[in-house]
Design a protein around this ligand. Structure first.
Ligand SMILES: Cc1cc2nc3c(=O)[nH]c(=O)nc-3n(C[C@H](O)[C@H](O)[C@H](O)COP(=O)(O)OP(=O)(O)OC[C@H]3O[C@@H](n4cnc5c(N)ncnc54)[C@H](O)[C@@H]3O)c2cc1C
Length: 393
């Protein structure tokens, strides 16, 4: 049996951050991962440029059954702390809209930062390692059987993430360990994921594939103002990904394709000043012609404003500013960026991330029932939770 102080299962964002902090405290740390490369999700994130955090982070940017849980960790290891690490490594980065921070060059810069720190602190990272069995032999003693060696450790950290993108190594391992130790796991579903449309809607809207429109998208009381993107199979784009995390099957979403104007007022005012102008002239100036031709009946488009009634102005405004669409479903974990649900926060300490019922067992990162918005919030959660647990393991 190989003895060590801390074993972390999952060599990615939260696991590597936890490893660095624990090793700084002089703990002997072993990180195990079943894939052949650490941090695969970091590498693929942010379109290859890793949206590593956001200038503006608060608990409002997270979805969880326990919305207060994130506050402590986010305040102890903040976005500014991670930005300081990035600057210390002289990684060039830039801000995009909504305070999102991306690498100028490549996500590799972030992964290299983490691996470099691990290297300096003698963190042992073992890849291609399948975990066969985990047991708690006694107080402060976990035994881990793998396809290579068997280990025992005082503290075991589960940093195995969620279910999105199975081909990058995602597994339900963390949930299974929680269940093995009697820790509650909330049902999981895909978040930050494109919608598919009902067959009838798909037939209508798929011809708009490739068109992106800056829109206001609403689901229940939650609103996002960003691009929506028409795709061959449905709807995507940042605003759609954001609302998908709040969506349940059978619900409709409401889309305002012209969020900066009141179309009804514009049409009414223009009809007084320029009654001879055609409806299509006005609408083609506001939105792509291809989209207008799909959304508005051709017989109306060719009419002048004086030829059509206020009822028609209302219909047109309703269609473009309160477009109600009921998705058929989502693209699922194959395309999702994150997993909703997971290990119950109430079962863990928000200070240490240790299980309240099983001493020495910790859960960090996305495996927990914490899901961030699009915009760097998911990585910030990995950094903050990993850093905090690293102070205690
Ligand atoms: C395409 C894509 C783009 C994204 N872009 C961004 C972005 O720009 N900004 C942002 O904030 N978030 C982004 N995210 C989300 C972000 O990647 C995750 O929230 C974050 O990586 C979670 O970190 P984690 O350490 O908890 O888990 P993960 O990064 O998922 O790491 C889990 C690790 O555990 C390992 N593992 C899993 N099962 C086992 C097992 N059975 N045995 C051993 N090891 C196991 C995995 O191989 C992996 O290395 C993106 C996600 C995707 C899919």
């Amino acid at each position: 049996m190989n003895k060590t102080d801390v074993i972390i299962i999952g060599a990615s964002a939260s696991g590597l951050m936890c490893a660095i902090e624990a090793a700084k405290r002089g703990r002997r740390v072993l990180v195990l991962d079943h894939t052949n490369k650490a941090g695969k999700k970091i590498l693929m994130s942010g379109g290859g440029r890793c949206n590593f955090t956001n200038y503006d982070v608060s608990s409002d940017n997270y979805i969880s059954r326990n919305t207060h849980f994130v506050k402590s960790a986010l305040s102890r290891f903040t976005q500014w702390d991670f930005i300081a690490m990035v600057e210390n490594y002289k990684i060039p980065y830039h801000e995009r809209e909504h305070g999102q921070l991306f690498c100028d060059n490549s996500s590799k810069d972030i992964l290299n930062l983490l691996l470099d720190e691990c290297g300096k602190l003698n963190v042992n990272i073992q890849l291609n390692t399948d975990i066969l069995k985990v047991n708690k032999a006694s107080e402060n003693n976990f035994t881990i059987e793998t396809n290579k060696k068997n280990y025992d450790c005082a503290a075991l950290v589960i940093a195995t993430g969620g279910l999105s993108i199975p081909k990058m190594g995602a597994t339900p391992f963390g949930y299974k360990i929680a269940e093995q130790f009697g820790i509650k796991v909330w049902p999981t579903s895909s978040g930050l994921v494109p919608f598919t449309l009902q067959p009838h809607d798909k037939e209508i809207y798929s011809v708009l594939s490739g068109i992106a429109i800056n829109s206001l998208v609403k689901i229940k009381d939650t609103l996002f103002r960003e691009n929506i993107l028409f795709t061959h199979r449905g709807l995507s784009g940042p605003a759609i990904l954001q609302v998908s995390s709040y969506w349940s099957a059978g619900e409709s979403i409401e889309i305002n394709l012209l969020p900066d104007i009141n179309l009804l007022e514009e049409l009414t005012a223009t009809s007084k000043k320029q009654p001879q102008v055609k409806l299509k002239t006005i609408l083609y100036a506001l939105l792509p012609k291809r989209l207008i031709n799909i959304f508005i009946q051709p017989e109306l488009l060719d009419k002048t404003l004086q030829e059509i009634s206020i009822k028609h102005y209302q219909q047109v405004s309703q269609k473009l500013q309160n477009w109600l669409i009921k998705p058929n479903g989502t693209e699922g974990f194959r395309k999702a960026e994150v997993t909703l649900g997971g290990v119950d926060c109430d079962a863990l300490s928000s200070k240490t991330f240790e299980s309240k019922s099983i001493s020495g067992l910790y859960f960090i990162g996305e495996v927990m029932d914490i899901t961030g918005w699009l915009g760097g919030y998911n990585f910030q959660w990995s950094w903050s939770s990993g850093w905090c647990a690293g102070q205690y393991v």
